[in-house]
Design a binder for this molecule. Structure first.
Ligand SMILES: C[S@@+](CC[C@H](N)C(=O)[O-])C[C@H]1O[C@@H](n2cnc3c(N)ncnc32)[C@H](O)[C@@H]1O
Length: 209
């Protein structure tokens, strides 16, 4: 359904994906990005205004959905960032090995179909000591909420074009060769618990420490 994917889904992400509790965390973690930055699945560009343009030399904004890129271009006008769009999937990052200082993923690892390939690709493009900044939705530690997440996942998967509620993102990041450097977690108010358990923090690729 190209109309849903290119127009309705970007509209939903743009209008539902940035309530105040989420914005506050973006404000806290995105300014940690520095140097040459890759953001995977930039969506409608909700993070753009939170980058510090004095610390970010260039932002590669990877996003395979052209409807999202249209919205992101509007957000770009609010910043002084030097942004280059890459309209390819995050499982095939078209950048050289060891060239990024920071990779950012917010609510993309919980959506991307090939998460293992995406995390491997992130490790590949990061420089030694480069950081992954993440803010992701996923599997609650509470078994009762997990049951609801399993029930509700197919609906979310359809509405939000591939969104998973039951991925254990920190475990997948670690399995992909990273060490979590710093992480916080919790249910973010506003949305019901099954669709609001999040982790946010930073990770470093183990082979590169
Ligand atoms: C829930 S939205 C999050 C958007 C944005 N990062 C944010 O924080 O608001 C998930 C994003 O991942 C993108 N996405 C889906 N599949 C992808 C893939 N294979 N590679 C990269 N991005 C993908 C979607 O197009 C969408 O923009």
């Amino acid at each position: 359904m190209p109309f849903y994917r290119n127009y309705i889904y970007p509209f939903l992400v743009n209008n539902l994906g940035n309530p105040s509790p989420i914005q506050k965390i973006r404000q806290k973690i995105i300014p940690k990005a520095q140097g040459i930055v890759l953001e995977i699945g930039v969506g409608s560009g909700a993070n753009f205004i939170h980058y510090d343009p004095t610390k970010v030399n260039k932002l590669y904004a990877l996003e395979p959905n052209l409807g999202m890129i249209r919205l992101a271009e509007k957000q770009q006008r609010k910043t002084k960032l030097n942004i280059e769009y890459l309209d390819l999937p995050g499982e095939r990052i078209p950048l050289e090995d060891g060239t990024m200082d920071t990779v950012v993923s917010t609510f993309t690892l919980c959506t991307i179909p090939g998460i293992v390939d995406a995390i491997r690709g992130i490790a590949r493009v990061l420089k030694p000591n480069g950081k992954l900044i993440f803010f992701e939705l996923g599997l609650s530690p509470d078994p009762e909420i997990q049951r609801w997440q399993k029930q509700l996942e197919p609906l979310h998967h359809w509405l939000f074009q591939g969104l998973y509620l039951t991925r254990d993102i920190p475990a997948l990041i670690v399995q992909g060769g990273f060490q979590i450097e710093q992480m916080e977690m919790g249910y973010l108010a506003q949305f019901p618990k099954p669709s609001s358990y999040c982790w946010w923090g930073t990770a470093i690729a183990r082979s590169r420490q």
